[in-house]
Design a protein around this ligand. Structure first.
Ligand SMILES: [Zn+2]
Ligand SMILES: [Zn+2]
Length: 374
């Protein structure tokens, strides 16, 4: 099929493909098929079916595109989405590799500057801090931010004692970032999802998308795997099987162990081994300690049980509930925050609604990076 593209000749077909690619934030093979079929049809002067497009065709076009765009520090990279096992089982089609156009040199400021204002980027950094720092602790590697929490981050942080990646930037470069209104924050979140930077789960939690992870990989490691004193911390962890960043998957029972595996990587990984053991510390692998949204959903269930048990204890016996309280405090630090957020939800919804009715959106119109009208 790719015979129209001989050797290193960069043709109109290649340009058309790159243009189509740039008009989207990401592409899968399935999405590329009709695009390439249209290009082949135009080139060959007769209809080519999408079914005749092979994965080799796609690779050949991506290789040609990468050669053409590398002088601009751009590269098309690919990753597999970090699907959970139950997601894979529910979906009839196997998970598809996602291709994304990545700026190989940049951090979020450079990436987002053409689409978002400085204050919006500062807001996005606060969200990234929430995802990769606040909500990514030794006890709970949720690596998501709830919609409510994200909207609360509309307010620029004045707390300089907290370790925040954006803080230095905000304070040293052209003054402190201004807060966004809640409706502005909502618009930015929506835009981030539309642009393919963030994903929103069914439960309403935001996480960094495969594209975002591909683009920000280097920056995430540099920003979150070192603390203020320059000492190494491992906020960003990697799957022991595929070596890609892990934000959804399973973790070792041992909280101090760095053993992590994507759900889909566990299958092949353990198939080739005698026992299901942690790839790092060799402890038994339960498959019930999670990275990602399930880290909070399973913890919430547990703390609900703890709450219930505590109530029963108080009601049915005189044994002090102190042990229960202790275990609740140990395991429930994040969920306490969640429940306090929950209490304020109603208030925020009302406020957000009022703001929306007031129609106070003033999103700067800008060009989405990589989209091309030309
Ligand atoms: Zn993996
Ligand atoms: Zn381990």
């Amino acid at each position: 099929m790719a015979d129209g593209v001989a050797g290193n000749d960069y043709s109109d077909s290649n340009r058309a493909f790159l243009q189509a690619f740039m008009a989207r934030s990401t592409m899968t093979f399935a999405e590329a098929k009709p695009v390439l079929a249209a290009i082949f049809s135009a080139h060959e002067g007769q209809p080519v079916s999408a079914d005749d497009v092979t994965e080799e065709d796609l690779h050949s076009y991506i290789n040609a595109a990468n050669t053409a765009i590398s002088p601009f520090d751009l590269e098309i990279r690919s990753t597999l989405p970090q699907l959970r096992l139950d997601q894979q089982e529910n979906e009839s089609t196997p998970s598809e590799r996602v291709y994304a156009l990545v700026n190989t040199t940049s951090d979020p400021v450079m990436q987002l500057a053409t689409t978002y204002t400085a204050d919006e980027i500062a807001f996005i950094k606060r969200i990234l801090d929430a995802i990769f720092d606040t909500n990514n602790t030794r006890r709970s590697e949720a690596m998501v931010v709830s919609g409510i929490q994200a909207i609360q981050l509309a307010k620029a942080s004045t707390d300089s004692t907290r370790r925040v990646s954006g803080a230095a930037t905000q304070q040293t470069q052209g003054g402190a970032a201004q807060s966004l209104t809640m409706s502005q924050a909502e618009m930015v979140l929506k835009q981030l999802v539309e642009d393919g930077w963030f994903e929103k789960s069914r439960k309403g939690n935001y996480s960094l998308s495969p594209r975002g992870l591909m683009e920000l990989r280097g920056w995430l490691v540099a920003t979150y795997n070192e603390n203020d004193e320059g000492a190494r911390v491992d906020k960003i962890k990697f799957c022991a099987a595929c070596r890609d960043i892990i934000t959804v998957g399973q973790r070792c029972e041992n909280r101090d162990c760095l053993g992590r595996l994507h759900d889909m990587c566990t299958r092949n990984f353990f198939r080739m081994r005698q026992a299901e053991q942690c790839p790092v510390c060799k402890a038994p692998w339960s498959g019930e300690k999670f990275v990602g949204e399930r880290a909070i959903t399973s913890m919430n269930n547990r703390s609900v049980q703890n709450n219930r048990r505590m109530t029963n204890t108080q009601r049915e016996s005189d044994i002090g509930p102190s042990t229960q309280v202790t275990s609740l405090a140990e395991d429930g630090d994040e969920s306490d925050i969640l429940s306090s957020i929950h209490c304020r939800r109603k208030h925020f919804q009302t406020t957000a609604m009022t703001l929306r009715l007031a129609g106070a959106h003033e999103r700067a119109e800008g060009h989405v990076p990589y989209s091309s009208d030309a």
